[in-house]
Design a protein around this ligand. Structure first.
Ligand SMILES: NC(=O)C1=CN([C@@H]2O[C@H](COP(=O)(O)OP(=O)(O)OC[C@H]3O[C@@H](n4cnc5c(N)ncnc54)[C@H](OP(=O)(O)O)[C@@H]3O)[C@@H](O)[C@H]2O)C=CC1
Ligand SMILES: N[C@@H](CC=O)C(=O)O
Ligand code: NA
Length: 431
């Protein structure tokens, strides 16, 4: 018998209880032992009773879990940094294996958690922390371990992909769709983490650390969310043959790691353009395997529970064969981090300018003086005084573009630089 101490019985915790109960006979066969929920730590016991747990299985004191020697695995699903971090460390120190879905924690305290797991010879698994139900941590650590990974590109946040998909396909309002994503259990308790790109940044920090064998933390990731994306940008993207997605990108460039999260225009024919609603996808490019893409539901009760339960089963198997703590920290190198100003990319720029002769030439001059070459221009006249300029650049250095924009913002002919969005996946599209 394998005994679980579950911390948190919210969206994901409830799903874990349900799936372990629903498929318990087969799971016991696959694991080699029956898996039982022994104790659940939860503030609101009704959440536990609603899914069939008994009162002697529910507690509001972590001591009842940490001091229970029969508990083999602590499954942390309360989220956030504290008390989750202390609970996990205490559990490891007591020789308990740990499963978590907590990307907030791993993206900042990963090194400490791995070290504690290693010192105490316990398993520490976190498949659900990135891209919900999609297997990506285990494949990177195990199935793709022979490769030198060159890049990882993903749609890693279900909430923002849901919002952008609904805005693009149904022309719906941002606030209304965000509320819907919250009701569906996709959003974080603070949805700001989703829409401001932080959730995806935590996930790409975790994936980069594994893919490039060098620790990347949240602070190393350049982050922009989707809050500045308007229906207007989405409409122009469509007109120009693109779709807007929030991408999480990690690449190794000349021995350094570039990790960034931001909205991007991607060609309509790009495989990530077909990833809609709560679905996530992760592209991995390795020197042996080439390009592969993992696709599935990135958030929600049962998909996330699927990943958590998979980790529990794996630990159960390790226990069965006395082979725990086989796969630990894989960050055995130290690579530097590339600053976003060094990025070379193509850009979409939307500006509101004075509508009079010579304005376009003036703007083109500023770009030219800063090594920014323009590939495409659209002009939409709003009224007799103002025009909206939409420009696509050739590949330019981010720093040069920012320098040009600083000059433009100070010019009387420019009313506003409304949005600047990077283009991705173009070279791939052109073969
Ligand atoms: N939802 C999803 O789709 C996904 C979530 N995750 C991660 O999974 C984790 C759980 O998320 P989710 O299930 O959505 O969150 P929920 O808020 O739905 O569940 C967390 C539960 O834990 C309870 N809780 C929090 N702190 C304590 C505490 N100190 N003692 C006892 N109970 C506590 C909460 O109670 P209360 O509400 O009263 O605070 C709540 O019932 C998070 O780390 C999240 O980032 C990962 C992938 C996908
Ligand atoms: N809030 C997250 C949940 C899963 O990690 C998301 O929307 O992807
Ligand atoms: Na996953």
């Amino acid at each position: 018998m394998i005994n679980i101490g579950l911390l948190g019985c919210g969206t994901v915790g409830s799903g874990v209880v349900k799936i372990l109960e629903k498929n318990k006979t087969d799971i016991a066969k696959k694991t080699g032992s029956e898996i039982r929920i022994r104790q659940v730590l939860e503030k609101d016991p009704d959440k536990c009773y609603k899914i069939g747990l008994q009162s002697d299985q529910v507690t509001s004191h972590f001591e009842n879990i940490i001091n229970d020697d029969a508990i083999d695995i602590v499954v942390e699903l309360i989220g956030g940094i504290e008390p989750a971090c202390s609970f996990i460390i205490e559990a490891m120190k007591k020789g308990k294996h740990v499963v978590t879905a907590n990307k907030d924690l791993i993206a900042v305290k990963g090194q400490e958690l791995f070290a504690t797991a290693e010192e105490n010879n316990v398993d520490f698994y976190f498949e659900a922390s990135v891209a919900g139900g999609i297997p990506i941590i285990y494949p990177l650590k195990q199935s793709l371990a022979a490769n030198q990974i060159q890049e990882v590109i993903g749609i890693l946040n279900g909430t923002t992909n849901y919002i952008l998909s609904k805005m693009t396909r149904e022309g719906r309002d941002y606030e209304e769709v965000l509320r819907e994503a919250q009701e569906l259990g996709y959003a974080e308790s603070d949805p700001g983490a989703d829409v401001e790109g932080l959730d995806a940044a935590r996930k790409i920090a975790i994936l980069s650390s594994i893919a490039f064998n060098s620790r990347v933390t949240l602070d190393d990731v350049y982050v922009e969310g989707i809050t500045a994306i308007t229906l207007r940008d989405i409409q122009y993207a469509k007109e120009l043959g693109y779709v807007v997605k929030l991408l999480a990108i990690a690449k190794e460039v000349e021995g350094k790691i570039q990790a960034r999260v931001h909205p991007a225009f991607i060609p309509l024919s790009h495989p990530l353009a077909f990833v809609n609603d709560v679905y996530n996808a992760v592209f991995v490019n390795g020197d042996a395997v080439g390009e592969i893409m993992h696709y599935g539901r990135g958030a929600g009760e049962m998909p996330t529970a699927s990943a958590v339960a998979g980790d529990i089963i794996e630990i159960g198997r390790n226990m069965h064969y006395h082979s725990n703590a086989r796969i630990g920290c894989t960050c055995f190198k130290e690579k530097g981090i590339l600053n976003i100003s060094e990025l070379n990319a193509k850009y979409y720029i939307r500006m509101t300018v004075k509508d009079r002769p010579g304005v376009l030439a003036g703007i083109a001059g500023v770009f030219g003086n800063n090594n920014v070459s323009i590939a495409q221009v659209l002009q939409k006249t709003n009224n007799q005084e103002m025009a909206e300029l939409i420009m696509i650049t050739h590949t330019v250095r981010e720093k040069d573009l920012q320098d040009a924009l600083t000059v433009l913002k100070g010019m009387s002919i420019v009313f506003a630089v409304n949005n600047v969005i990077r283009l991705e996946g173009i070279d791939r599209d052109n073969g």
